[in-house]
Design a protein around this ligand. Structure first.
Ligand SMILES: C[S@@+](CC[C@H](N)C(=O)[O-])C[C@H]1O[C@@H](n2cnc3c(N)ncnc32)[C@H](O)[C@@H]1O
Length: 203
């Protein structure tokens, strides 16, 4: 995805995003929020979008949410206010250029974002930099199927990536290239296993 395509695509998605992707993708969000809450401390949510996960985090965390799209962030700000979440800070920022010092966070959640950002390897490098040693990176995403009908469908819709706002044909291996981030967990998410839950640990 190119940066300009991300901006225009999520400007279009922002007003209807919660209706289309709210419940549909909530399994991964709930799992990430529960894990982050159990770990405590400082949480960074990269590509927070309209803030659908915000009400799912438990109390006692310091949460920072960043996103590139002003229109998506406006919706997140509405939720922050509506739920009285004084522990949440929202900032417009590029995942590939995080404006935080090294070793700032205990948990980073990256939900449905890595197949959207223009340069996922760079985003993961930045995430590794801002993680404290032992921090966990909680990822939910759709990754390319290895075979079958789903694989065929992904290949067919891949040319529409700039209209859709994400890459359908995004291999899992692309999240494994940074040697500061070690794979801890990988499993399909219910109900259909189309989304994957993965946890990387900062060594
Ligand atoms: C599919 S939405 C996911 C939103 C949210 N995480 C969720 O689970 O609903 C992808 C989000 O990534 C954001 N995004 C794309 N490229 C980005 C970048 N380079 N830096 C920060 N956010 C980015 C988009 O603006 C959009 O809000």
């Amino acid at each position: 995805m190119k940066a300009a395509a991300v901006t225009s695509s999520y400007k279009r998605w922002a007003p209807v995003y919660d209706t289309v992707f709210g419940k549909l993708l909530n399994e991964g969000r709930s799992r990430a929020a529960a894990r982050a809450t159990a770990r405590g401390g400082d949480v960074l949510e990269v590509g927070i979008g309209t803030g659908l996960a915000l009400p799912l985090y438990g109390p006692g965390l310091r949460i920072t949410g960043i996103d590139y799209s002003a229109e998506m962030l406006e919706r997140a700000e509405e939720k922050r206010r509506a739920h009285g979440l004084d522990n949440v800070t929202l900032r417009q920022m590029d995942a590939g250029q995080l404006d935080f010092p090294d070793a700032s966070f205990d948990t980073v959640s990256v939900m449905h974002v890595l197949s959207v950002v223009p340069d996922p390897e760079r985003a993961l490098s930045e995430i590794a930099r801002v993680c404290r040693p032992g921090a966990q990176v909680l990822i939910t995403n759709h990754f390319a199927a290895e075979k079958g009908v789903l694989r065929l469908a992904e290949r067919m819709i891949q040319p529409l990536q700039h209209q859709l706002g994400w890459q359908a044909d995004f291999p899992f291996e692309r999240i494994l290239g940074d040697n500061r981030l070690k794979l801890l967990e990988r499993r399909p998410l219910p109900p259909l296993g189309v989304m994957t839950w993965a946890v990387l640990e900062r060594v």
